[in-house]
Design a binder for this molecule. Sequence first.
Ligand code: NAD
Ligand code: ZN
Length: 341
Amino acid sequence: MRALRLHAWGAAPELVEVPVPVPVGAQLLVRVEAAGLCHSDLHIMDAAPGQLPYELPFTLGHEVVGTVVAAGDAVDPAWLGRRAAVHGIWSCGRCRQCRRGRDNYCFELTGPIGNGIGYDGGLADYMLVPGMRQLVPADGVDPVALAPLTDAGLTAQHALRTVGADLAGATVLVIGIGGLGHLALQLLARHDPVCVVAVDPRAEARALGLRLGADAVVASTIDAAEWLEGGHHGSGADVVLDFVGSQDTMDAATQVLAPGGRIAVVGSAGGRLEVAKGGDLPRGWGVAAPFWGSAGDLADVVGLAGAGVHARTETHALSDALTAYDRLRRGLVQGRAVVVP
Ligand code: NAD
Ligand code: ZN
């Protein structure tokens, strides 16, 4: 089968032939129907040797939907032939975090995290999954629209849950209307914020943001600060969802935060934030750096697919995946690029 594998840090992945894996015990083999391309893949490819705790080579692809085509003898045979969304966090299922339904914070995830992030992922014809716990049934759901929900949608959902108590009636600033941001806007509409302003330097992304329900879209965090200062519903943002995470965006987040406000830093662009009681942040500040989402969050997001939460996608053949990554890097993708092997 074909697989897009990362062989060296700081280099482009390569499409190579590898044997189709054979599932044993609790494992399942999924025929990949769709795999989304995430900006995190670019961070992974660009990492310096020794920066990430993963052994090379491995196959990229952590947003995967497929059909179960084979399974080990410990698997319920009812899974054969079913479509499923894959939870890309291969948690242990036993530790305190897993038992509390916080499996995205599993204590055992100290090295590789799951498919496409240290273990072989879904940019391939087939992918091995360690067990039934990693699958959410998705019979009848369009695999292309669903694949981005397994990370972009799931991460946005978990980020909203992290700041959820503060959303009703709130003014919310969304930074970045890309893969994650365009799904966050759709999920936000379900939380009854009073006002959502979204920022993106790309005109097409801003147009998408307006179509997805943002009350205002602006081209820079400076414009966002001005807009929020304008006092449309009282000044400042009660919640900032930062899907970029650069120094500029994190600085902007601290400057527009209203008293009692919450910042969720989701993007991984390397910004740093200094927090101190009585420091520069307003009274009652809160900051979180949520990671991906739990299996329970994924089941919720899959349930929302078709109920108004819908990734905007462009599709590419597996042989074309490097072109698609290049489009993502150059800011040419609206919503999510999805590979259909
Ligand atoms: P993307 O490339 O699809 O979208 C990023 C968007 O941000 C683009 O539309 C871009 O134009 C916009 N942008 C860039 N600079 C900006 C700025 N200064 N102000 C406002 N907007 C700006 O990326 P994505 O796949 O949505 O991922 C976003 C980030 O989230 C990445 O850093 C990714 O690694 C990270 N991520 C984190 C988690 C997590 O668990 N915390 C999970 C998935 C992705
Ligand atoms: Zn665990």
